[in-house]
Design a protein around this ligand. Structure first.
Ligand SMILES: [Mg+2]
Length: 412
């Protein structure tokens, strides 16, 4: 049985333990059984509205014993993060309970002074002036913090706007990405594992592949999905795919159930797949053009992404011209490279994209590098036999593919 295979359970509340303030079938009994077996339990919720003592009270009302320390709300995790960062003066868009949770962590809530951070949660009383003030303060330099990013929550009349919808309004207005605290981001898992020995066998149990399962896997933890139906994802590497699926918590005690062993892949989980281009540019001496990248200082082949309305051919000649000032002629396609272990990139903003990169062999039209008005700091031609040591990891393979003159393009 799965219960035997772990000693620490990080359990999501909404949709796993309760729904609309009522206990879900088997939840009370399963939690009592975990307690009886001496298991460590933490309760996690991405609902930013209640304070922890209100969650504790709700659990008591439905017959589940817990302590305040076992409850991790995204509001409380936000309060801990603000305290850690020393962002003490805060403007809050959210519930009264969220504001009091932040005060308990030492924050001063301000409506009139310039805040160090703007925290966006969710509350039925949020209106345009709140979002307007939040956007103004963020534009004036306040940190943009979101308790979570859940876009909607279910109701009998269909999906209703949740924190993510309010965050999207401010993000659209300011053009800035928020720091997101709730699942699937790491802060809540860190808060939940506070005081848990590092060698404890911990598992996450949740009903959302996009927050609970993805977050667990990003944190290196195995994850059990509570769902009436199995969830299928296209890729075997998908971080959102659970290691086991149960219809309710009592099945933790079903004999003979096992979970897949999760091992975190070496790439960050991408939120989008984009079209990219790269060029192996040879000059008339057979030397290859490399440029030093501004982000990590490594040498690499000229590369970039395809803009709307552009062809890949146009994109690569534009990228090379923008980055080095060189005019090049596209000769032929060398290969298409898409493996997430080499093609997933995290940007300083926090965004992660996986690129499907079409790599072209190109020839210089003129040999001189022109620096006026170009973006790069440094570019040079190198002999393929004498490449710089700090070359981006996948680029030697692309260069080898270019030199191999294979009759058809490589797909890697
Ligand atoms: Mg849930």
């Amino acid at each position: 049985m799965l219960a035997e295979q772990f000693d620490t359970f990080l359990i999501d509340l909404d949709g796993v333990v309760y729904l609309d303030n009522f206990a879900l079938p088997g939840a009370v009994q399963a939690l009592a059984q975990l307690r009886a077996q001496g298991k460590r339990v933490r309760f996690l919720t991405n609902d930013p509205r209640p304070a922890r003592d209100e969650v504790l009270q709700l659990l008591a009302e439905i017959g589940i014993e817990a302590t305040l320390e076992e409850i991790v709300t995204c509001g409380w995790a936000t309060a801990l993060h603000l305290r850690e960062q020393g962002w003490n003066r805060v403007y809050v868009v959210g519930s009264v309970s969220l504001a009091s949770e932040l005060r308990r962590a030492g924050c001063e809530i301000t409506e009139t002074e310039q805040p160090q951070a703007v925290v966006i949660g969710c509350d039925q009383h949020v209106s345009y002036p709140h979002l307007d003030h939040a956007a103004t303060q963020i534009t004036s330099g306040a940190r943009f913090v979101a308790t979570n990013a859940d876009e909607s929550f279910p109701s009998s009349t269909g999906p209703r706007p949740a924190t993510g919808a309010l965050v999207a309004a401010v993000q659209t207005a300011t053009g800035q990405r928020p720091l997101i605290i709730g699942k699937p981001y790491p802060s809540m898992f860190r808060a939940a594992l506070e005081g848990v020995p590092p060698d404890a066998r911990a598992v996450v149990v949740g009903d959302s592949p996009h927050t609970d399962i993805l977050g667990a896997h990003q944190h290196g933890l195995p994850a059990i999905l509570i769902s009436p139906t199995p969830t299928v994802f296209a890729s075997p590497r998908d971080f959102r795919a659970p290691d086991a699926t149960l219809s309710n918590l009592t099945e933790l005690f079903t004999p003979g159930t096992h979970h897949r062993q999760w091992s975190t892949p070496s790439f960050p989980w991408p939120e989008a797949v984009k079209a990219g281009v790269a060029a192996v540019v040879f000059n008339h001496s057979g030397h290859v053009l490399l440029q030093r990248r501004a982000d990590n200082g490594q040498w690499g082949l000229p590369s970039g992404h395809v803009e709307p309305g552009e062809t890949v051919n146009e994109a690569i000649t534009r990228e090379v011209a923008e980055e080095t000032g060189l005019q090049v002629q596209v000769s032929h396609l060398i290969g298409v490279y898409s493996h997430p272990s080499s093609q997933s990139f995290a940007y300083p903003s926090g965004q992660v994209s996986q690129f499907i990169t079409s790599c072209f062999r190109c020839q210089t039209v003129q040999e001189e590098l022109h620096w006026d008005g170009v973006e790069t700091l440094e570019a040079a031609f190198f002999s393929p036999d004498n490449l710089p040591a700090d070359l981006l990891p996948m680029h030697p393979q692309w260069l080898a593919d270019a030199l191999a003159n294979h009759p058809t393009a490589y797909i890697r």
